[in-house]
Design a protein around this ligand. Structure first.
Ligand code: COA
Length: 257
């Protein structure tokens, strides 16, 4: 059997691809393990700045939980699986790298929850996304009831969560579920990643941390948190390299040190 998740590991950028097109990249145990492993491994790579997360095949980024595998699980197994899903998505959200989800075709249920754990989302115009869980007798259980309202506001999040209805790329862009729509979603995600990769690795990590952990603090506490995150960049070699590169009118060569 082919690997459920495949990675292409470049110096400053990884591509992580869910590779079960025959099941529309549904999140079964093997996919969750593969993504958990990729998130852990990329976190260790000093020079890597960004990760593009995408799905194999032409039909779907990810059709959500693997409903066939789910049928074989008893209640305890479902609980354990949902815990592992959350662990994986939290690892992506809290990753020191910038994750960009490249979405196409179906991105449903857990597929959207996975996309929401990334930092940025790019979609192809055939995107069909939504949270059908209430129509399946459950609720979104991998963070969407918490992440989506924070991203798009309570009313828009409730529209998706409580109706279970599917929306297309235009609506997803309009309400802020995705950052941009492009004909070639992977090329657009790589282009965005290229912009991210101009930043220094420690700067990107600290800037993401400043936003992730600071945005819902009160303003003064948020500014103090920003300063805490900033201070980590002061003693770095990359900060000095940035100043040298500016003075020498050349691109900086950041090494994550
Ligand atoms: N879990 C397991 N298998 C899935 C799946 C899922 N979430 N989504 C699709 N598949 C399987 C289908 O059962 C089918 O398998 P088969 O060939 O053995 O019959 C195969 O993937 C292709 O699916 P198909 O529906 O023919 O493909 P499509 O491209 O026309 O449509 C979807 C794709 C994703 C729109 C459609 O399959 C769908 O609505 N899936 C359910 C999505 C869902 O409700 N997810 C939420 C889970 S909380």
């Amino acid at each position: 059997m082919s690997e459920a998740v495949v990675t292409e590991e470049r110096e400053s950028l990884w591509i992580v691809r869910i590779n079960r097109p025959e099941r529309r990249n549904a999140l079964g145990r093997a996919v969750v393990e593969g993504l958990t492993d990729a998130a852990a491994r990329v976190a260790e790579q000093k020079a890597v700045r960004a990760v593009v997360l995408c799905g194999a095949g032409d039909r779907a980024f990810c059709a959500g939980a693997d409903l066939k595998e789910r049928q074989t699980m008893d209640e305890d197994a479902v609980r354990a699986f949902v815990t592992s899903l959350n662990r994986m998505m939290n690892a992506i959200e809290r990753s020191p790298k910038v994750w960009i989800a490249a979405l196409h075709g179906a991105c449903l249920g857990g597929g959207l929850e996975l996309a929401l754990s990334a930092d940025l989302r790019v979609a192809r115009s055939d995107l069909v996304t939504g949270l059908p869980e209430v129509r399946l007798g459950i609720i979104p259980g991998a963070g969407a009831t918490q992440r989506l309202p924070r991203l798009v506001g309570v009313a828009r999040a409730k529209e998706l969560i409580l109706t279970g209805a599917r929306i297309g790329a235009d609506r997803a862009l309009q309400i802020g579920v995705v950052n941009r729509v492009a004909d070639d979603h992977e090329a657009a995600a790589l282009e965005l990643a290229g912009e991210v990769c101009k930043g220094a690795p420690i700067s990107l990590r600290q800037a993401k941390l400043a936003v992730n952990e600071g945005w819902d603090l009160d303003f003064e506490a948020g500014l103090r948190w920003e300063r805490t995150c900033y201070d980590v960049t002061i003693p770095t070699e990359d900060r000095l390299e940035g100043l040298r590169a500016f003075a020498e009118k050349r691109p900086p060569n950041y090494r994550g040190e």
